[in-house]
Design a protein around this ligand. Sequence first.
Ligand code: ADP
Ligand code: MG
Length: 261
Amino acid sequence: MSQPSLADQQPAVRLRPRYSANGKHRDHSGASTLLYAKNLVKSYRKGPIEVPVLKGVDMEVRQGEFLSIVGQSGSGKSTLLHLLGTLDAPDQGEIYFSDRRIDNLPSRGRDVLRNQHIGMIFQFYHLLPELTTLENVLAPRMIAHGVVRYWLERKKHLEDAKEVLELVGLSHRLDHRPRELSGGEMQRAAIARALVAHPQLLLADEPTGNLDQKIGREILALLQRLNESRNLTVVMVTHDQGLARETDRIIRLAEGRVEQA
Ligand code: ADP
Ligand code: MG
């Protein structure tokens, strides 16, 4: 199969996704490419030993798609997601986001990208324990804008944060600290924080991995709703095959490469 080229896509009008026979999975093959990775290679060094993790990963994510990445523990799912989110750099290969190469951006460019265009959520939420739910959601705004500018526009930031917290169903927990929230609520707060800047892409690393099945399904339903209503493209790492099957497409990491699942 030939590599999907970045030059030969971008239809002038975004095509509506087509639904599969059971009406559940949408086909985005007509949509434009949002994220594209080519031949990603990544190893970790443990003393003198080099441990190869990714050995040439090629993948593509279409605009509006909800993609799952599955694979055994240790297969490199988190490593891949970190590369896609520019938290780490590949040893070899290239990553493009909206046609722009992002794997070799300077740190300031990576910060802007993560602050404005790519949201991330994790298994253990990574909320700041001393801040309330509302403050956790506002923190990226404060960092992005600087204290003075943030303060001048604080009313707008507050409105935005409250709006996104309402969207995830947390309006009644604005003043709670993380330790006063349930796991599902903490993940909702993390989702709100990831979305306050209206990113096009959400990268989710085992977002339900620390939640029981019922709450995990609620988090998936929330991500699906955001995917559909806000046209948010979602890439979710999960070891839960049942959850993965609910998404538009699944890819599997094995032996350091991607297999279409
Ligand atoms: P997954 O998320 O699929 O469970 P990871 O991407 O976390 O897998 O890890 C892939 C492999 O890389 C594992 O063998 C892990 O031990 C190793 N690894 C991950 N991060 C590091 C690191 N910072 N230093 C050394 N080895 C690492
Ligand atoms: Mg992992």
